[in-house]
Design a protein. Structure first.
Length: 291
């Protein structure tokens, strides 16, 4: 029996400037998550975001289901077939590990990854060299999904979403906070926590959550293991999260210095895009730092 999918753009933002722009001089930045497919059109000369679209769909667990629904996105969204200057694919599907560059050997990337993450069926193991850190981000993505997107977009530019986040965080005004700063990026079912003290990366960790308390407990435990005080650390929250959402409500109760993550400086946004909270698509905007 064929599966009935509920696929629709949860966010669609553009204006007349998109039609007035030579898109062959622009970048398409694509972010693929579990149950999500989002992109922005970015003008690299003006450093301006011209359009954004984000699809949320179900089911959200099987890579095959994600692939089937992304195929339907391509059937309906003709902007994806524009001859852009370049197309960057980013994956936010978990399963990454940071390896010090000194110890990294490409031939052993599978071994590095599976020290802390279980092996998956049909996985392609990739790596990103992080220019601002002496680290390599090793991660896996579904081989069929990767193959489909590479073929449709005719691109080999692929990174992990966390690699872009690691480039964006040092631009935050509180990056050097003496008592530490924790960035928490959340989506529908997963979160990524990145913690710094005095501008030094201490840890980046991903996980699943059922309730907002799961995120709070993980954050507090991590901070205490790192000998940081959760009463003093600045916590920056990002993602499509409303103030009445469970994640925000629980964090607000227990974290004294909770703020929304700031927009990445140096970029311009069309007016309609500025009406959406900047923290909603921080991880998507951060991809512009990688092109």
């Amino acid at each position: 029996m064929p599966v009935a999918y509920n696929i629709h753009p949860a966010f669609t933002v553009d204006d007349e400037t998109l039609l007035e722009t030579d898109l062959t001089a622009c970048n398409l930045l694509v972010l693929v998550g579990s149950g999500t497919f989002s992109y922005v059109v970015f003008d690299p000369v003006a450093k301006k975001f011209l359009a954004l679209k984000s699809y949320h769909f179900t089911p959200r667990k099987l890579a095959l289901a994600d692939l089937e629904m992304i195929e339907q996105v391509f059937d309906t969204d003709k902007l994806l077939f524009t001859a852009f200057k370049s197309i960057l694919l980013a994956f936010n599907t978990g399963g990454g590990v940071l390896v010090p560059h000194t110890y990294y050997t490409p031939a052993l990337k599978k071994d590095f990854l599976h020290l802390g993450a279980p092996e998956k069926i049909q996985e392609a193991i990739l790596s990103d060299l992080l220019p601002s850190l002496p680290m390599v981000n090793v991660y896996s993505v579904d081989k069929d999904l990767l193959g489909f997107l590479r073929k449709e977009f005719s691109t080999d530019l692929v990174i992990h979403a966390n690699s872009a986040l690691l480039q964006s965080y040092p631009m935050d005004l509180d990056f050097q906070a003496k008592d530490g700063v924790a960035f928490v990026e959340v989506d529908q079912h997963r979160f990524t926590m990145t913690i710094y003290a005095g501008g030094k990366l201490l840890i980046q960790q991903e996980g699943d959550y059922q309730t907002g308390l799961d995120v709070v407990y993980t954050l507090v435990n991590l901070l205490r293991q790192l000998e940081l005080n959760e009463q003093l650390v600045k916590v920056k929250l990002g993602g499509v999260v409303a103030t009445d959402a469970g994640v925000y409500q629980e964090m607000y109760k227990f974290i004294p210095h909770l703020e929304w993550i700031q927009r990445i400086p140096g970029f311009s946004y069309i007016t309609k895009m500025q009406e959406i909270p900047g923290y909603y698509f921080h991880n998507l905007y951060a991809l512009a730092l990688c092109v």
